[in-house]
Structure formats: structure tokens, C-alpha cells
Design a protein around this ligand. Structure first.
Ligand code: NCD
Length: 342
């Protein structure tokens, strides 16, 4: 992560504020005060969503390019809406419709887009580390909107925002993240962000869908691991179900979809157990959902489900992220006054 300073002489209160970030590549980039600042601004941005005229002048004259090399509904459209509500010009470039499908390299595509004078690149790519790589090639601010099986920092921020709105502080709250952990970038980012906010996390998956080397992660970050959803479920405040990512699976990670659901699905029976044990417990899912596989329709549509609230929060949190990266930085990216580094 790169930091940059503004051209304005720092005021006493600016000195206590976190330094302005150049990029958002990993959840690990954000300190607790920075997470708090983004979530607090998101709460203000959320108010805009309730207005008839949903426009702030904040990013007028700035250009944001969404560069998506993987499919997306929520993330791409929410970044687009977020940029537009802040009055930025937003352009969408998708891998399928771009010259990468004619063999152009990622570097050439990115340099081509950046050469048009864009201020921020929001990138989703199937390769882990792609966003970081892109940030080394361009002067523009870079936001990681999901890189392979690595990270998805804005998803973790919007998840935390949604949980906090319902539960208050996450300090000491117990969050279970359940399902296809091996292929999930959401889990890595959530572990970091939830950990910084003081939540206790238990990861639940069948052995075949636990990431290799997770034992080492577990020791370093102090979260728990389980293969038994029924044991964990009654003690949680939040159960976050993750999608079974069949497009990233090459072999058999579980015998049949039915067996997966029996072991690890949030079924109607498990919903009953969850609510009986803790009537305030809530359900999250980053989407898209495989209804009937990792989550039953009853659970997805239950009063405890925050899934659509996550979508709504996604716009507010992404407005906040774009605001914190772009607004008020008078210097053009690449012309840091104190030589921002990566
Ligand atoms: C996730 C993603 O793409 O990483 N979804 C999302 O961004 N809303 C999770 C998934 O694809 O299952």
C-alpha cells in the first residue's frame, strides 16, 4: 500500500488523522483508525442513498475506471453507482469486451487505460496479486475489487459496516465464516478486518475446502477452525455463508451437492437452531448465492438475513473508499510531495 500526502500544509487536526492512502490493495493496509474513518464516512454516505437527488459534487472532474476481468454484479455496479453519486466520470471496461480477449497483456491494457488520464482504477482479476501488480505500473489510485483467491478489501469493509449497524460494536462478537474457504478472497479480507475490529472468528469448512497452510494462519491471527457447523452455530452472533465457487474447482471437493448441504449448508433446521440459541443472531452472504446449496431459501430470506443490507452498504462503503482515496488530494497521482512509496 502506498501513502501520499496532500499539498496543503498539515493542520494540527490533520496531523492526527490517518495519512491519505494512494491505493487500497489489501485489508492489511488499513489500520484500525483508518477502518473506523472509512466506516464513519460510509454512514454519512449512506444518507445520500435515502435522498431523492443522490449526488454529491465531491469527485467532480475525476475519472474512475472499473476494469473487471471477472464477472460481477454487485461489486461492479456498486463501484459505478458510488463513483457517479460522487459526481466522478465512471467508465466500465470488462475483460471480455476489451482487447485482452485479442491477446493484449494485462500490463498493456492497464497502461492503455491509464494513459487516458484516469484518476482511479478499480480492478477485479482472476490472478491473486493482480491489483498490487497494477499499482506498480500506473500513477492512478488502485482499488482491489477482488484478486483471484487472495483479497477483497471493500467486501470486508461493507460486511463490517452491515454487522455493526445491526449489532453495534463487534468487539467480542463471534462470527462464523462457513463454506468454500479455499477459493474465497472474502474470507482472507474478513479475517483481517474483523480481527482489527475485535471480533472472534471461527472458520468452518470441510477439510477439503480449508485452505492449505491454514494452521499457520490460525496461529498468527488467533482465530479458530472447525469442521463441525452444528457445534459452532449455537454460539455465534453472525454466520457468514460463502458461495461454493464451482468455477474455480477442478476436481471433486465434496462427494455430491446434497452431502455438502447436509454437512455445511445453512438449512431450515439450522436456521431454527441459530435463532433458538440467539434470537439476535444474523446471517450474511457476500453473494452471489447458490440457493439450496450453501444456503436455504428460508435462511436467505429470513428476518435475520442481512444479505440485501450488505448490498446497500456496498454503495456507501465504496463511496467512502473513493472519497478517502481521491477527494482533496490536490496533487496528481504520481506527483507526491513527500514521495509516496509502495
Ligand atoms: C464475492 C467475490 O466475487 O469475491 N462476491 C462479491 O464480490 N460480492 C464472492 C463470490 O464470488 O462468491
Amino acid at each position: 500500500m502506498t501513502t501520499a500526502t496532500t499539498a496543503v500544509a498539515p493542520t494540527p487536526e490533520a496531523a492526527t488523522r490517518p495519512r491519505r492512502r494512494r491505493h487500497l490493495l489489501s485489508s492489511a493496509d488499513l489500520s484500525l483508525p483508518e477502518i473506523r474513518e472509512i466506516l464513519d464516512t460510509a454512514a454519512e454516505m449512506h444518507e445520500v442513498q435515502r435522498r431523492d437527488v443522490k449526488k454529491l459534487p465531491t469527485l467532480r472532474g475525476r475519472t474512475v475506471v472499473n476494469l473487471f476481468f471477472e464477472d460481477s454484479t454487485r461489486t461492479r455496479s456498486s463501484f459505478e453507482i458510488a463513483g457517479k453519486w460522487l459526481s466522478a466520470d465512471v467508465i466500465n471496461v470488462s475483460g471480455k469486451g476489451s482487447s485482452t480477449s485479442k491477446g493484449e497483456s494485462l500490463r498493456d491494457t492497464v497502461l492503455t487505460v491509464a494513459a487516458m488520464g484516469v484518476d482511479a482504477l478499480v480492478i477485479r482479476h482472476g490472478a491473486s496479486g493482480a491489483a498490487h501488480q497494477v499499482s506498480q505500473w500506473v500513477d492512478a489510485h488502485v482499488v482491489n475489487a477482488g484478486d483471484g483467491m487472495h483479497e477483497h478489501p471493500t467486501q470486508a469493509l461493507l460486511d463490517a459496516y452491515t454487522m455493526e449497524r445491526r449489532l453495534g460494536s463487534l468487539e467480542g462478537r463471534h462470527v462464523a465464516i462457513v463454506g468454500d474457504l479455499t477459493h474465497s478472497r472474502v474470507v482472507r479480507s474478513n479475517l483481517i478486518t474483523l480481527g482489527r475490529l475485535g471480533a472472534r472468528v471461527t472458520l468452518v469448512a470441510p477439510p477439503t475446502l480449508m485452505p492449505a497452510g491454514i494452521g499457520a494462519w490460525s496461529q498468527s491471527d488467533g482465530f479458530a477452525l472447525s469442521h463441525d457447523l452444528d457445534e459452532v452455530l449455537p454460539g455465534v452472533d453472525v454466520v457468514m455463508m460463502l458461495r461454493v465457487q464451482r468455477e474455480r474447482m477442478s476436481g471433486g471437493f465434496f462427494p455430491t451437492p446434497r452431502e455438502y448441504t447436509v454437512g455445511y449448508g445453512l438449512t431450515r433446521d439450522r436456521l431454527r437452531t441459530l435463532v433458538a440459541a440467539n434470537p439476535e443472531a444474523v446471517i450474511c452472504h457476500p453473494g452471489p448465492m447458490n440457493r439450496g446449496l450453501e444456503i436455504a431459501a428460508d435462511a436467505a430470506d429470513a428476518a435475520q438475513s442481512l444479505i440485501l443490507e450488505q448490498v446497500s452498504a456496498g454503495v456507501a462503503v465504496r463511496m467512502s473508499v473513493l472519497y478517502h482515496l481521491l477527494a482533496g488530494s490536490d496533487e496528481r497521482p504520481g506527483h507526491d510531495h513527500e514521495g509516496g512509496e509502495s
